[in-house]
Design a binder for this molecule. Structure first.
Ligand code: SF4
Ligand code: SF4
Length: 320
């Protein structure tokens, strides 16, 4: 029976809300079908006060074996490196994080804040926030670049704002049922099974991307959101169009651009006015091109695409 402990640092609880909506498997399935013992979770835990402190101390001492330590939210270091702006169970949360990470078999960072520092770590980063093992794209973070959990794996990063719930529950099942070796991690310590393809993989607007037919408003049933509305689907690693949200749809299927929330640089362009939901261009060419495509290739490709675009590409053909 794997013991799982979930704590929250500098967080909005979005990943908890997402997790509680998991479907394949659901949070309940983790307990009933996979035998998880959820030691404590901010929305599910029963212990309070001294009882909670005793539980955490028992994990740190090894009296209660900690199989999986899940962390949501940033590690808050302010003020002056003390972490006192985020105290929990009688001490700075960051101190619990260090002690628990050191005894856990697996450490899982859920959501952008825990993985890269997310929005709180954007300049000027008043809370001195960082992710568990990264600060944006820089390796290290709070635990340091050499950190490895007892299993030998570094922090397993499941980014997203929030992370899709089934990415979380499927990773938890893999590590807790002894299939952690199935988890091949990329350079950013994300499981490749989820993060080697792009948001664009499986998007229903791919034909419109290919023919450079643009959507100009949210929710339009035709057109690609890359050319005007700033969609980051071609350069964002996520399975959002393979593992659908609510098992129904995705942002791009519904007509909203991908914001690139699984990448360390999110939110892009520091959310400067005029940069959100608007493709940033230089001389008519997008500043950020599909991964692996250079400017010359892009210009040639889009010129050919425009010429080749069939009349039906401008018709309202979507079933979203
Ligand atoms: S809407 Fe976005 S993800 Fe879909 S095809 Fe266009 S650029 Fe790619
Ligand atoms: S579609 Fe893009 S912004 Fe939306 S959840 Fe997926 S990766 Fe994040």
């Amino acid at each position: 029976m794997p013991n799982v402990l979930w704590l929250q640092g500098g967080a909005c609880s979005g990943n908890t809300m997402s997790f509680l909506n998991a479907e394949e498997p659901s949070a309940v399935d983790l307990v009933t079908d996979f035998g998880f013992n959820i030691l404590w979770h901010p929305s599910l835990g029963m212990e309070l006060g001294e009882n909670l402190q005793a539980l955490l101390r028992a994990c740190v001492s090894g009296e209660i074996p900690l199989d999986v330590f899940v962390f949501e939210g940033t590690v808050v270091n302010a003020p002056n490196g003390t972490g006192n702006w985020n105290r929990f169970a009688g001490r700075p949360m960051k101190d619990w994080v260090r002690d628990l990470a050191n005894v856990a078999q697996f450490v899982v960072a859920v959501g952008d804040c825990a993985t890269w520092g997310g929005i709180p770590a954007n300049a000027p980063n008043p809370t001195d926030s960082t992710g568990l093992q990264f600060l944006k794209r820089e390796h290290g973070g709070y635990l340091g670049s050499d950190f490895k959990a007892k299993s030998g794996l570094p922090v397993i990063n499941i980014p997203g704002c929030p992370a899709h719930p089934d990415w979380v529950t499927q990773v938890l099942v893999a590590v807790a049922t002894g299939r952690a070796e199935d988890l091949s991690l990329d350079d950013l310590q994300r499981p490749r099974t989820f993060f080697s393809s792009f948001t664009q993989t499986g998007c229903t607007r791919n034909m419109h991307f290919a023919y450079k037919v643009s959507a100009t408003e949210f929710g339009q049933r035709k057109g690609c959101l890359f050319y005007d509305l700033g969609c980051r689907g071609p350069m964002t690693h996520s399975p959002c169009n393979r593992i659908l949200w609510n098992r129904q749809s995705s942002k791009t299927r519904a007509g909203m651009p991908c914001l690139g929330c699984t990448e360390p640089e999110f939110p892009f362009f520091d959310l400067a006015p005029g940069t959100v939901f608007k493709t940033q261009t230089v001389m008519g060419v997008p500043k950020d091109l599909p991964e692996g495509v250079d400017k010359t290739g892009y210009i040639k490709l889009t010129a050919a695409a425009k010429t080749a675009a069939p009349a039906w590409a401008e018709e309202d053909i979507f079933v979203v």
